[in-house]
Design a protein around this ligand. Structure first.
Ligand SMILES: *[C@@H]1O[C@H](CO)[C@@H](O)[C@H](O)[C@H]1NC(C)=O
Ligand SMILES: *[C@@H]1O[C@H](CO)[C@@H](O)[C@H](O)[C@H]1NC(C)=O
Ligand SMILES: *[C@@H]1O[C@H](CO)[C@@H](O)[C@H](O)[C@H]1NC(C)=O
Ligand SMILES: *[C@@H]1O[C@H](CO)[C@@H](O)[C@H](O)[C@H]1NC(C)=O
Ligand SMILES: *[C@@H]1O[C@H](CO)[C@@H](O)[C@H](O)[C@H]1NC(C)=O
Length: 545
């Protein structure tokens, strides 16, 4: 990745806009902005970041489209529109003799005094510029890192334990520690409150900080966290042994998964009181595909062989150790309609298997079609830098006054949403706190009909990212600001309001809204207009997870 200039610490910012950037509009010319521009240019001369090989600070006027021609194409982030004036600080920070990270701090002119760290995704390797820009535009001093390597593949982790350490915990921790110092040095005063926002790997990073670095944040919003990371990766790799290749007799085609989905809905959709293709509590659905067996009444072309029935039933079964301990929960039903086929059931080696290949087996040629059951134990035993992220005693975070907002889409086709309540219940057991007590500082919400961090047929616009705002002009209606209100005004979110939009078009017509309930309650339809959130109620039920 080529940065905006190749200046080193101490050099003067020669141009406010990177040579390869394009200013779409010029700054308004307000005195404030002029002062701010000068402040950023001065900062470029005096900013010092320990252990860094490269530091730069650039004033970025509102309306600039930053180009990132050298960001790894796998990151799919060639450019970023910057909507507010800000000072962009970059550094390459050494984290050991064999590792380092790329760091960014976007310091908005209109600063609220808040600090925020974004997270990463998958095995990346990518600064999530869209999250940095969004949160900076809302007045947070926002930081990000590339998580210690570039791109989306697991290859940079191969035989590089220090790079794995960055990925497991150190990149986000370093980014926050450095970021808070940079923010303080720039604005001349410390931040008021600090926040974290991330999903998937970003969700795991948030949980990791809560577990191991409880002092760093006042509020953490962690979505679809990739916790139980070792077993999650083994689970990801094991689907291919269940489905076989797409010519195998155990394989279930995408069309047949459509048949399975309909059959599952016929058994489970009404459990929440409304037949709408969305399960509010998939844990109530113990679906088996047996009724689809050919020659048992299911029509030809829409029926499964015994082997295919077995494939489906295995996918929907918890993965257990020989002694009965659940290693990783089943895939939750519903996800087959929200991406699980593409991620896991298509008979191909999943790109989600890189962790097994490069880190667990340390063999780039490891044949993932040769999955053997001992992989579970091998992966679990390795657990580098405790990347498992399963520590249940998070009392230190509670005791420092932290708030943890945890959410998970129930149609997630990459990380089973069944794993999230298991973590909540482990915290409940470890701390001997009942939900009424946990509610004071830890709340978990299931987002019905939401896929992996985004999308799905449900009311998935919850404002966990900019593109997940139902209305971009109303950023207050978001998980992010729900968390801020909880921390700063002690207004705990009773539910997370989600919106479904016609054609999934942001800012467009509302299809329906729903108030997503917090665990351990479920959303139940009470009658009336199902599109109105008022027709639903969070009720106690006999959760089975
Ligand atoms: C800084 O790190 C990025 C991302 O890893 C890299 O592409 C770039 O070459 C580094 N820049 C310098 C000046 O070292
Ligand atoms: C700089 O790196 C060295 C060696 O890795 C480490 O001991 C030291 O704590 C780092 N300094 C800071 C301020 O992070
Ligand atoms: C600054 O931020 C505040 C609150 O975050 C907002 O109300 C105000 O409109 C912003 N001002 C400018 C000039 O962007
Ligand atoms: C089956 O898998 C092969 C690769 O193994 C692929 O080329 C082919 O397109 C797949 N067929 C279908 C119907 O998906
Ligand atoms: C059961 O097996 C798992 C996985 O090997 C292990 O972690 C766990 O400690 C075992 N539990 C008991 C009660 O032996």
């Amino acid at each position: 990745m080529r940065l905006s200039g190749t200046r080193v610490a101490g050099a003067v910012a020669a141009a406010a806009i990177p040579a390869n950037g394009q200013a779409l509009t010029t700054p308004a010319g307000l005195d404030d902005t002029e002062q701010f521009t000068r402040a950023c240019q001065d900062f470029a001369q005096k900013v010092q970041i320990p252990n860094s090989t490269f530091v730069a600070a650039d004033f970025i006027p509102a309306g600039t489209t930053l180009q990132f021609p050298n960001v790894d194409p796998a990151c799919s982030r060639p450019s970023q529109l910057v909507s507010v004036p800000l000072c962009r600080v970059q550094a390459n920070i050494t984290t050991s003799s064999t590792s380092g990270l790329h760091f960014e701090a976007w310091l908005p002119q209109n600063w609220t005094g808040r600090f925020l760290s974004t997270g990463n995704g998958g095995l990346g390797g990518c600064v999530q510029y869209d999250d940095v820009e969004w949160t900076a535009s809302l007045g947070f001093a926002a930081v990000a890192t590339n998580n210690g390597h570039d791109g989306m593949s697991g290859l940079p982790l191969y035989q590089k334990p220090e790079v794995v350490a960055d990925f497991a915990f150190r990149a986000v921790q370093t980014g926050v520690v450095v970021g808070k110092d940079v923010s303080k040095a720039f604005y001349g005063k410390p931040h008021t409150k600090s926040y974290y926002l991330g999903c998937s790997t970003g969700g795991r990073q948030g949980m990791k900080v809560v577990q191991d670095f409880p002092d760093l944040f006042d509020g953490v919003a962690a979505g679809a966290p990739a916790m139980n990371f070792n077993n999650l990766n083994t689970w990801s790799a094991h689907f291919l042994t269940l489905t076989g290749s797409n010519t195998s007799d155990t394989f279930v085609s995408e069309d047949l998964w459509g048949v399975v989905h309909k059959d599952m809905l016929s058994q489970c959709d009404a459990l929440d009181g409304n037949v709408d293709g969305i399960l509010e509590a998939p844990d109530l659905c113990r679906y088996k595909a047996d009724k689809l067996l050919c020659n048992h009444g299911a029509p030809a072309g829409a029926c499964l062989t015994a082997k295919q029935v077995n494939t489906v039933n295995e996918i929907f079964s918890d993965m257990k150790a020989p002694n009965g301990t659940v290693l990783y929960p089943r895939m939750q039903p519903g996800s087959e309609a929200a991406g699980a086929f593409a991620s896991y059931y298509n008979g191909q080696v999943s790109d989600k298997s890189d962790w097994i290949k490069y880190v667990v087996m340390s063999d780039p040629n490891f044949d993932l079609t040769k999955f053997t059951p001992d992989l579970w134990a091998i992966s679990d035993a390795l657990n580098p830098f405790d990347i498992a992220t399963t520590k249940a005693d998070i009392s230190a975070f509670r005791d420092r006054g932290g708030k943890l907002l945890h959410y998970h889409g129930t149609m997630d086709g990459i990380i089973s949403s069944d794993n999230s309540p298991r973590y909540y219940e482990s915290v409940r057991a470890a701390l001997k706190q009942e939900p009424a007590e946990l509610d004071a500082w830890y709340r978990f919400f299931r987002i019905s009909g939401m896929g992996h961090c985004t999308g799905g047929p449900g009311a998935h616009f919850i404002g966990n990212q900019k593109k997940q705002l139902a209305n971009p002009d109303q950023p207050d209606q978001s998980v992010l600001m729900d968390m801020v209100r909880w921390v700063e005004e002690d207004k705990a979110p009773e539910f997370l309001t989600g919106t479904a939009l016609v054609d999934n078009t942001q800012g467009g017509e509302v299809a329906f809204t729903r108030r997503h309930c917090r665990w351990p309650t479920m959303n139940k339809f009470m009658g009336g207009d199902a599109n109105s959130a008022d027709s639903w109620s969070c009720v106690a039920y006999n959760a089975t997870t």
